[in-house]
Design a binder for this molecule. Structure first.
Ligand SMILES: Nc1ncnc2c1ncn2[C@@H]1O[C@H](COP(=O)(O)OP(=O)(O)O)[C@@H](O)[C@H]1O
Ligand SMILES: [Mg+2]
Length: 278
């Protein structure tokens, strides 16, 4: 069974894309066949993976456009790009913002990504969807097809309020029967800063606040290595495998796999070369 996970937060710059890439690579390294889906018209994940979004002729939009035109389900597998062993990407570019508009008037408009990802269920153990920074129709499509949501959150004042909004949307997706079984995998605190008392205090207060609302999956400290890794088109887990941030993403991957224990591969090859493109 394929597990589909939406990485969502309507706030931008909280680490959705970084988390999608790092977790995807960590899961691939642990033997899972992983598909990353770039659902953001900004195409940050596509760029982070080292591709030039503007130069791509075939993207997720190609499949959405074909579907809207004649209800034809294009095999999205044909659109994927390999990022490494067991790690593929369904790329995006700015054209996806056109899809956002075109979807508005479509029949069953919240279910189209789900239709398109159907063939991926045969080829992948895990699909990770990098959602745009909004509660748009694209995000709604992500939440509708997902089994679980991962919420990256930067511990800062007002972050808790944004979290409330997101949890409400998730509640709405369940109640509207778009996806009654949508579960919250948990929150990942990102870009935490333990060098200052202020940083520690905020992290502690946010942790206390979210404890009642969703499980805490882990914490990723702020490190320059993340922007360095993006610049060279690698996930942090590969670029700086020994860094605290990479290790933390690895632990989160382990935690998720334990929970999805039916998904443990027969033999988990822990390759030294890692799961991502070198
Ligand atoms: N742990 C981290 N430490 C330092 N910078 C980070 C970390 N995680 C993400 N960033 C940086 O923060 C910015 C926003 O991250 P990104 O993953 O693109 O967020 P989102 O997808 O939510 O907009 C990017 O420039 C990214 O390189
Ligand atoms: Mg992003």
């Amino acid at each position: 069974v394929t597990t589909i996970v939406a990485v969502a937060n309507q706030k931008g710059g909280v680490g959705k894309t970084t988390t999608t890439f790092a977790l995807g690579a960590a899961l691939a390294e642990r033997g899972q066949r992983v598909l990353l889906v770039d659902l953001d018209p900004q195409a940050s994940l596509t760029s982070a993976a080292g591709l030039e979004p503007d130069e791509l002729e075939q993207t997720l939009y190609t499949a959405i456009a074909a579907y809207l035109k004649d209800q034809e389900t294009m095999d999205v597998i044909a659109l994927r790009r390999s990022l490494g062993e067991r790690l593929d990407l369904l790329p995006a570019n700015i054209e996806l913002s056109v899809a956002e508009m075109e979807l508005q008037t479509a029949v069953r408009r919240e279910y189209i990504l789900g239709e398109l990802l159907e063939p991926a269920r045969r080829a992948y153990d895990i699909v990770l969807i990098d959602c745009p920074p909004s509660l748009s129709l694209l995000t709604l499509n992500g939440l509708t097809v997902a089994d679980e949501v991962i919420i990256p959150l930067v511990p800062e004042y007002l972050a808790a309020r944004g979290l409330g909004l997101l949890l409400k949307s998730i509640q709405r997706v369940r109640k509207a029967k778009l996806n009654p079984r949508l579960a919250i995998a948990g929150i990942i605190l990102t870009m935490t800063d333990h060098r200052t008392t202020h940083g520690k205090e905020i992290a502690a207060s946010i942790q206390a606040h979210i404890a009642s609302q969703a499980p805490l999956l882990g914490e990723i400290r702020r490190t320059i290595k993340v922007s360095e890794s993006t610049a060279v088109g690698q996930p942090i887990t590969h670029y700086a495998a020994q860094s605290e941030a990479a290790q933390a993403y690895g632990q989160i991957a382990d935690r998720l796999l334990t929970r999805w224990s039916n998904k443990a591969p027969a033999a988990a090859p822990l390759t030294t070369s890692g799961g991502a493109r070198v």
